[in-house]
Design a protein. Structure first.
Length: 147
């Protein structure tokens, strides 16, 4: 048994010594010849698309009826130009049930408004800490908080 234990410790000691003192052979640098020979471009095949007069599956002739495009009616209303609206934040007491008051700036004029109140033709529909939904001349728009 003593011989077996000595053999195991000998193997462990040999592994440790070989790891600490490796006999690494020097790495030889290999030379590679690098030649760049680009392949010549092959001429591309060209093709043309032609109309097909016969259905390949049914064998029937296709009709040459042209579809009539419907013209959209131009609206007589000009595009709505929104005023400059900047959402600057909201004020609310954490402990009370008072409605939120939003701070907005419309065309450079600042105002404090509650929900469904009008300021320079802009109505506040709803809002939170990050964004505000406003209505101007019947159109809705979401405005993000500016810091």
């Amino acid at each position: 048994m003593l011989g077996f234990v000595g053999l195991i410790w000998g193997i462990i000691g040999y592994k440790i010594l070989s790891a600490v003192n490796p006999n690494a052979s020097p790495i030889e640098a290999q030379e590679f010849s690098v030649n760049f020979n680009p392949e010549k471009q092959l001429e591309l095949d060209t093709f043309s698309v032609q109309t097909v007069n016969r259905d390949p599956f049914l064998g029937t002739l296709l009709s040459n009826k042209k579809k009539i495009k419907k013209k959209k009616r131009e609206s007589s209303k000009p595009d709505l130009v929104w005023p400059s609206i900047i959402y600057q934040g909201l004020v609310k007491d954490k402990n009370s049930n008072v409605e939120q008051i939003f701070i907005i700036s419309v065309n450079g004029k600042q105002g404090l408004l509650k929900r469904n109140k009008v300021f320079n033709e802009v109505t506040i529909i709803k809002g939170n800490k990050k964004e505000l939904v406003v209505k101007y001349k019947g159109k809705l728009k979401t405005i993000e908080l500016k810091r």
